[in-house]
Write a new protein. Structure first.
Length: 261
C-alpha cells in the first residue's frame, strides 16, 4: 500500500480537469429515500432543521469536517449523511466522503456505481484524490464514494493519506463543509482512525433499536472528538439483518440483551 508521508496538495493544479459532472436520477433517488435534492416535503423538512443547527455550529466554532456515525449497523447513518450533504449543498459548498469501507452503500444509493476510482483506491495509493470525485449537477456537492467493500478496512483507514485529505478539504475552501459517512461507532475500531480528522460527530440512533448503553459507549470510541449533535431516526424501513453488515456475529450475540432507548 502506498502511504508516502509527503502527499501533494488537494488543490486542483493548472491544466488539471475538473471532477466528472454527474446528473442524478430522481426516480433512483426516491427509491433509495434520498430526498435532499428534491422539493420541500415532510421527509425533507427535518434535514433543513439539522442543516440550520449545523451551520450555526460551524459559524460559531469554525468547525468544517463532520462525521456521521451510528450506535450500530442499520440505524440510518448513510441515509442521514446523504440527505444532510444534499441540503447543505444548496447553500454551501459541500463534500460528501464515504469511509464505511466494509459495507459501502453510498454510491449505490446515489446511483454512482461503476468502476471509476473510489476513495478506497486513493487510500491504497492507486488513484489521485481528484480522480475519485463526482460533482453533482445542479448542486455545489462533490462526492467521494467507496468503489468496493474491503475486509481489511483498518489498513486503508490507517493511511496518512486519509488525515491529509480530510484536513485539506476545509483548508482549500474556507466556505466548504465536509460530511463523512463512517462505519458504526461500536463495530470494530474503524472509527478510531477517522475521528481524529473530524471536528465533530453527529450520532444517529434509531428509536426502539439503539441501546442506551451503546449511546453512552460511543464517546469512548471517539477520543477527544466531540459529539456535536444527535439524531433520533424513526422513519426508516426495516434494516437488513445485522449479520449481513460484514462484521462478526459474535459482536451482536455478546450485546443482544442490552436495553434499548
Amino acid at each position: 500500500m502506498n502511504a508516502e508521508p509527503d502527499i501533494p496538495s488537494l488543490r486542483r493544479r493548472a491544466g488539471e480537469q475538473d471532477a466528472a459532472l454527474v446528473a442524478l436520477d430522481a426516480s433512483h433517488l426516491a427509491a433509495h429515500r434520498i430526498f435532499g435534492f428534491g422539493q420541500m416535503s415532510d421527509q425533507l423538512y427535518p434535514f433543513f432543521m439539522i442543516r440550520s443547527a449545523l451551520l450555526a455550529h460551524a459559524e460559531r466554532t469554525g468547525h468544517r469536517v463532520f462525521a456521521v456515525t451510528s450506535v450500530e449497523a442499520g440505524n440510518g447513518k448513510t441515509h442521514v449523511a446523504a440527505n444532510l450533504a444534499a441540503v447543505l449543498s444548496r447553500v454551501r459548498p459541500t463534500v460528501l466522503v464515504e469511509l464505511d469501507l466494509r459495507r459501502p452503500t453510498l454510491g449505490a444509493r446515489l446511483g454512482l456505481c461503476g468502476e471509476a476510482p473510489g476513495i478506497d483506491d486513493y487510500l491504497g495509493g492507486e488513484a489521485a484524490w481528484r480522480d475519485t470525485a463526482a460533482r453533482i449537477e445542479g448542486f455545489d456537492l462533490t462526492v467521494h464514494r467507496v468503489r468496493r467493500a474491503h475486509a481489511d478496512a483498518e489498513q486503508l483507514l490507517a493511511s496518512p493519506r486519509l488525515t491529509h485529505a480530510l484536513k485539506r478539504l476545509a483548508g482549500d475552501d474556507p466556505a466548504a463543509l465536509c460530511i463523512i459517512d463512517t462505519p458504526p461507532a461500536l463495530i470494530g475500531d474503524d472509527l478510531v482512525h477517522i475521528a481524529p480528522a473530524a471536528d465533530g460527530v453527529l450520532l444517529v440512533a434509531q428509536e426502539g433499536r439503539s441501546r442506551k448503553s451503546g449511546v453512552l459507549e460511543v464517546s469512548g470510541a471517539l477520543g477527544s472528538t466531540p459529539i456535536v449533535g444527535s439524531i433520533l431516526n424513526m422513519s426508516l424501513s426495516q434494516p437488513a439483518p445485522r449479520s449481513g453488515y460484514g462484521y462478526s456475529e459474535r459482536y451482536y450475540r455478546r450485546r443482544k440483551d442490552a436495553p434499548s432507548i
